[in-house]
Design a protein around this ligand. Structure first.
Ligand SMILES: [Zn+2]
Length: 60
């Protein structure tokens, strides 16, 4: 996914996809963790189109 620097700077960063998904799991909206090409860390996005559904969401 392409991420603009402005978005990267504004977003919360996670050191691992596990940490990001932990937050996504408890969020009230559907979120996906993705690796950012700019900061090499992980962000969450609510744009889920075309993204793989994580296993924990299927089990709900
Ligand atoms: Zn970033």
């Amino acid at each position: 996914m392409k991420t603009r620097p402005a978005i990267c700077n504004r977003k919360r960063r996670f050191a691992s996809v596990e940490a990001a998904e932990e937050v996504a799991r408890t969020a009230s909206v559907k979120l996906r963790a993705y690796r950012c090409a700019l900061c090499r860390q992980y962000h969450l996005t609510s744009r889920t189109k075309g993204m793989k559904t994580p296993r924990w969401e299927l089990e709900r």
